[in-house]
Design a protein around this ligand. Structure first.
Ligand code: GRF
Length: 240
């Protein structure tokens, strides 16, 4: 039974339960890992009730690996080019699955992870998965989001955090951060501005999940009855 409303963690059943321990997070990356760094900094400063239990990279040249190692976080490099041969998604998923079972995360965060995962992998993962996407979903799923937003003459753009499902970038959107597109914005400038928002949106969202203010499940459970359930997506107006 819960001992305190602040002692909250996610369970593998995609619901929220009470726990004294910090939220155990596994992070999947493919690139620079600036979002991972934000989480590392927050964890080290005790600004978020999290423990990053491991990082999986599908690229051996990802700078995110260095960031994780510098913070003494276990890393599994499951390169998509293993021994000169492309590792198929099934092989990647079977290694990733084994690793995640060892780490036993409460939440899996895809932060700049650039491989599409299969339905069975997502469904059988030991924890729910969220993804950070650089657009205001459901608009601009997929790649080149900033360029496409500019070409379409969008006045607003931003980033979203959504539940990962088998359909690409289509799971329930939990949170969004928005900005106004400037006339002078290029795809590069917009990417830089949106990334600043991502660095705020990701820790905010994890905090809301860890505190039970947001749920990944659809039906509230008995022990969640006191939880405030906002209409999703929760739009955060952050300074960019
Ligand atoms: C982010 O901009 C994210 O939106 C996109 O990939 C980028 C990852 O950045 N999917 P980083 O690796 O966290 O620096």
């Amino acid at each position: 039974m819960p001992e305190s409303i602040s002692e909250v963690a996610l369970t593998s059943a995609h619901t929220v339960s009470q726990a004294k321990k910090p939220l155990r997070i596994a992070v999947l990356v493919s690139g620079s890992g600036s979002n991972l760094q934000v989480l590392i900094n927050a964890m080290q400063a005790s600004a978020l009730p999290i423990e990053i239990v491991g990082v999986i990279s599908n690229r051996e040249d990802a700078y995110a690996i260095t960031r994780a190692k510098d913070a003494s976080i276990p890393v599994a490099v499951l390169s998509h080019v293993a021994s000169g041969k492309r590792m198929g998604i099934k092989t990647f998923e079977s290694h990733a699955s084994e690793q995640l079972k060892v780490w036993q995360p409460d939440l899996i965060v895809l932060a700049g992870f650039m491989r599409v995962l299969s339905g069975p992998f997502i469904d059988n993962a030991p924890a729910p998965m969220i993804n950070l996407h650089p657009a205001l979903l459901p608009a601009y799923k997929g790649l080149d989001t900033h360029q496409r937003a500019i070409q379409a003459g969008e006045r607003h753009h931003g980033c979203s955090i959504h539940v990962v499902t088998a359909e690409l970038d289509a799971g329930a959107v939990l949170t969004q951060a928005l900005l106004a597109v400037n006339q002078k914005d290029t795809a590069d400038s917009l990417q830089a501005r949106v990334q600043k928002l991502e660095h705020q949106l990701l820790p905010w969202t994890i905090l809301l999940l860890a505190k039970g203010a947001l749920s990944l499940g659809t039906a509230p459970l008995a022990h969640q009855q006191n939880t405030f359930m906002p209409t999703l997506p929760l739009k955060l107006y952050l300074n960019d």
